[in-house]
Design a protein around this ligand. Structure first.
Ligand SMILES: [Zn+2]
Length: 150
């Protein structure tokens, strides 16, 4: 399982291959011209101007630095073209395997071994919640330590 810093640094290497949203706030406000975006003070990656200003503000005396774990890219890495690393948490009350990534819970609603996984978010991020939004087709998923199947 990579740390937030490792994931964001890996993203930074490919940041300019596509017009991605700001990895910190998740808004689609990055300038097409890389040099016109701000450089994060936390990781070697570009962020939007607002986030750059916010980090400068955080660094003032008495400021509080938001941890990398709360960055938008950590909530849903596939939006930034990154692998979704799902760490097995346990089985919910329907015996479906529940996974976690960046503090968000996911469930495999078709955990039969001979089927492709059908990964959805959990309603209200509740362990026993109903399946909510399916992840987009084509999102790359890695199961840690392995996929839990029936
Ligand atoms: Zn931003």
């Amino acid at each position: 399982m990579s740390t937030a810093k490792e994931l964001i640094e890996a993203f930074a290497k490919r940041q300019h291959e596509w017009h991605y949203p700001c990895p910190r706030c998740g808004r689609d406000v990055m300038d097409e011209e890389p040099a016109r975006n701000a450089m994060s003070r936390r990781v070697n990656v570009q962020v939007c101007d607002d986030c750059g200003a916010l980090e400068a503000f955080e660094d003032m005396p008495g400021g509080f630095q938001a941890p990398l774990e709360v960055w938008a890219i950590m909530k849903y890495p596939p939006r930034w073209g990154m692998l979704l690393q799902l760490a097995f948490v346990g089985r919910d009350s329907w015996s479906r395997p529940v996974y976690e990534c960046g503090g968000r819970l996911y469930v495999d609603v078709d955990p039969r071994a001979d089927r492709y996984p059908a990964i959805c978010t959990k309603q209200d991020n509740d362990f026993d919640g109903e399946p909510c939004d399916p992840i987009p087709a084509g999102a790359e998923v890695e199961f840690i330590p392995h996929r839990d199947t029936w």
